[in-house]
Each structure stands twice: as structure tokens, then as C-alpha cells.
Design a protein around this ligand. Structure first.
Ligand code: PLP
Length: 427
């Protein structure tokens, strides 16, 4: 019963021309010839010709409930017809209800919410809060992390090798606790000593804070070595700093075993940042912290125009309800573990698969031309992505060398989808 709009030849050619003339070249990182996607329905996307694609990337790990989930669409449409915008200067039930529902998903005293429009802004604010609260400037982040692309977050991102990164004074990049490529394998405590040394040798002994993802997403779905985060949190807190968990990608049930990625590490952060899954594709982000820490923003007149927009927060509330009603965290765990098992079996068959990792529906497959040397298979991954696209499957890529498949589908992915995905990848 589904018929996406179809464009004839001249219209399609016109879109192609506009894309190459007016859109940023960075749009062509994933596909040299990107698709013209016109429609989405749950785990599927549809191109201009009505061709259906199984979406294993979910708009960069964002669409958690499924594309255009009817409950989310309904909540957004209803709110749009009442009030589209007011700013957080005024109260509105959509903002207040969502803030309460969000706080109920977090442990301990984490219950004061600041809304933003994106993950980048959430992290910018979190970094600012650590500095205001502690009166210190030094921040520690992890190499290969991704925290956003504004001035502050780009500095903590530690992936870009751009001269503009020097804007970030006071940011220290710690060794990446990467079990596959890191010098200490899976020994989290050894990597954590690097943070301790940064504090001792690179700062006054006092720091503002530490920021890390629970599983690195853009960096190639890198699971941090066990024991790393608890040890680092202890060192940072001893040095007076606050610990930020960047849950932009790993939050909202994506990792399956827990609602938040940090829970798997047995830690409770001082500040949690989130975006992506929070709105199922509606631009929204948030910073959640404790009432005591939140005090630093009293009388500082800190807000942004769209943060807490009622249409977005109404959508956010619907997302939380759908996640619960459809038990999507459980599905992420079951189907994600099944898919990981199938991908591990592929690894036995194909020399090019160096590593299969991740949790729930945040999985990574790293391609190497030589398993011993771990030489990144860059060209091969681009070819494979094109071939998979032709066979009806969309997937992401990332990692420092751009050689890791990022598999982050909508959490409604089924076992049959996982089978189809694996068969298409087995080429
Ligand atoms: N933090 C993490 C872990 C991310 O993966 C991203 C984006 O990919 C961001 C922050 C930045 O979020 P946004 O692109 O919404 O600004």
C-alpha cells in the first residue's frame, strides 16, 4: 500500500545538478553518488524510483524508533498546530513533561535538564559547566573520540588534524583505550594511568573535567577497554574535576544491555549529554546534571533560541514512550547480539574482516588488507558500500582510517533484517 513520490528523468537530473553546484563537498564522504532519498518508513528508506533500502545506519545512529514512526509523527503534528515556538523563557507542558520523563531515565541526582539543538551544543555546554563549576580550565578527552564540530568540541574531538584545533588551549588528549589497536590491548587500567600522568605532568594537579563516549561511534565503534572509565573517573574526581558521559550516540537504548552506554561501565557521571536518538531525527539535544552543579548557570542568562522547542520536546516524549511500549531496548539486545554473532561467523570466512565489535545495535566491522599488520582497507570499504547500496542495504562507515562499517540501525530491526544484512555483506 506504499507509494513514495516518483521523479521523472529531468527532475532527477535537476536534483543532481543542484547537489553538485550548491551542496558542500563533505556530503560525498560516504557515497560518491549519493542516493536521492525521498521517504522513510520504520527500518526502510525509499529513493526517487521507489526502490526500498534496508537502513542499517539510521541517519547516523539517530532514528531509534524507526523512520516516521506514527506515534512520533502524531505528537509532532499535534504540537505543531498548537504552539511551534516560545523559547524557554516561558513554561510549556511539552518542555516540562519531557524534562521530567528524561530525568526519570537517569540514575542518582542527575535530574536538571538543559535543552540544546544538537550533540555538539550539548557538549559545548557540558564543557562550559565543568569550567564554571571548578574554576579550572584543563579538560581531558580521549584520542579518536568524537564530540562535535564547534570550537570547543572540535578541540576535544581529537580526530581532526586541522591547524584550527589549536584554538583549544587546555585540552589534553589521552591514549585511546582501544582493545583492537591500542598499545595495552584490553587492559583498561593501564590506559587510565595515562590520564593520571596527564593530570600530574600536564596540569596544575586540578582539572575542570573529563569527557568520553561509552563506545566511540564516529571513531569506528570502539568499545573502551574494561576498567578504563571507573579508574579515570576516580583520578579526575581526585583532581577536582567533573566527569561527562557523551551519550549522544550510545544513549537511548542503542547498546541494548542498558538504556545508557555508561551503565555498562558501572559508573555514574556528573554530566550526561545526549542528542540523536532523543528525537528520532527531530533536532534536539540535552545536558543533564545534578541540581548542585546546575547552580553555576543561575543568573547567567544561559539559553539558546531553539533549545527546548515545544515541537521537538513533544516529539522527544513520544520517543521515550515508543521505546518503552515496543520494548526496543530488549530488541536491540536480542537482534543486536544475533547480528553480531552472524558477523563474527563472516569474520571466519573473510580474511578482510579484522575485527567485529560493539554492543546491541551499535556494531562495527573493521576491514584490513592484512590481519597481522592491521592495514586499513580503505578502498575496499568504499567499494563494498556501493555494492551493498546496489543490493538494497545502507550502512555507515567511520574510524580514524575510514575502514570500519558502522552498523547502527533503527532499534526495530528484526532477525530477518539481520539475516538479509549479513547475506548482503557476505559478498
Ligand atoms: N557526540 C557524539 C558521540 C557523536 O557521535 C556526535 C555526532 O555524531 C556528536 C557528539 C555531535 O552531535 P551533532 O552532530 O548532533 O552535533
Amino acid at each position: 500500500d506504499y507509494a513514495p513520490p516518483r521523479y521523472d528523468g529531468p527532475r532527477a537530473a535537476e536534483i543532481l545538478r543542484k547537489r553538485s553546484e550548491y551542496l558542500s563537498p563533505s556530503m560525498f564522504y560516504f557515497y560518491k553518488k549519493p542516493l536521492n532519498i525521498v521517504d522513510g518508513k520504520m527500518q526502510y528508506l525509499f529513493d526517487q524510483d521507489g526502490r526500498r533500502y534496508l537502513d542499517a545506519f539510521a541517519g547516523i545512529a539517530t532514528v531509534c524508533c524507526g523512520h516516521c514512526h506514527p506515534d512520533v509523527v502524531d505528537a509532532v503534528v499535534r504540537q505543531t498546530s498548537h504552539l511551534q515556538h516560545s523559547t524557554v523563557v516561558y513554561l510549556n507542558h511539552a518542555i516540562a513533561d519531557f524534562a521530567e520523563a528524561l530525568a526519570s531515565k537517569l540514575p542518582g541526582d542527575l535530574k536538571v535538564v538543559f535543552f540544546t539543538n544538537s550533540g555538539t551544543e550539548a557538549n559545548e555546554l557540558a564543557l562550559l559547566i565543568t569550567r564554571l563549576y571548578t574554576g579550572c580550565h584543563d579538560i581531558v578527552s580521549v584520542r579518536n573520540a568524537y564530540h562535535g564540530n564547534a570550537a570547543g568540541t572540535m578541540g576535544t574531538t581529537a580526530q581532526y588534524n586541522w591547524k584550527f584545533n589549536v584554538m583549544q588551549s587546555g585540552v589534553h588528549h589521552a591514549m585511546n583505550p582501544d582493545p583492537y589497536r591500542g598499545a595495552f590491548g584490553s587492559d583498561g587500567e593501564k590506559y587510565a594511568r595515562d590520564v593520571q600522568e596527564i593530570i600530574e605532568f600536564g596540569t596544575s594537579g586540578q582539572v575542570a573535567g573529563f569527557i568520553s563516549e561509552s563506545i566511540q561511534g564516529v571513531g569506528g565503534v570502539v568499545e573502551l577497554a574494561p576498567g578504563y572509565l571507573p579508574a579515570v573517573y576516580e583520578s579526575i574526581r581526585k583532581a577536582g574535576g567533573l566527569c561527562i558521559a557523551d551519550e549522544v550516540q550510545s544513549g537511548f537504548a542503542r547498546t541494548g544491555s542498558h538504556f545508557w552506554g555508561f551503565e555498562a561501565h558501572g559508573i555514574v557521571p556528573d554530566i550526561v549529554t545526549m542528542a540523536k536518538g532523543i528525537g528520532n531525527g527531530i533536532p534536539l539535544g540535552a545536558v543533564v546534571t545534578t541540581p548542585e552543579i546546575a547552580q553555576v548557570l543561575t543568573r547567567r542568562n544561559y539559553f539558546n533560541t531553539f533549545g527546548g522547542n515545544p515541537v521537538c520536546t513533544a516529539g522527544g516524549l513520544a520517543v521515550l514512550r515508543v521505546l518503552e511500549k515496543e520494548n526496543l531496548q530488549h530488541n536491540a539486545l536480542l537482534v543486536g547480539s544475533y547480528l553480531k554473532g552472524r558477523l563474527k561467523a563472516l569474520q571466519q570466512k573473510h580474511e578482510i574482516i579484522g575485527d567485529v565489535r560493539g554492543r546491541g545495535m551499535m556494531l562495527g566491522v573493521e576491514l584490513v588488507t592484512d590481519r597481522k599488520q592491521k592495514t586499513p582497507a580503505r578502498t575496499e570499504i568504499s567499494h563494498a558500500m556501493d555494492q551493498m547500496k546496489d543490493m538494497g542495504v545502507l550502512v555507515g562507515k567511520g574510524g580514524f582510517y575510514g575502514n570500519v562499517f558502522r552498523i547502527t540501525p533503527p532499534l526495530c530491526f528484526t532477525k530477518e533484517d539481520a539475516d538479509f544484512f549479513t547475506e548482503v555483506m557476505d559478498i
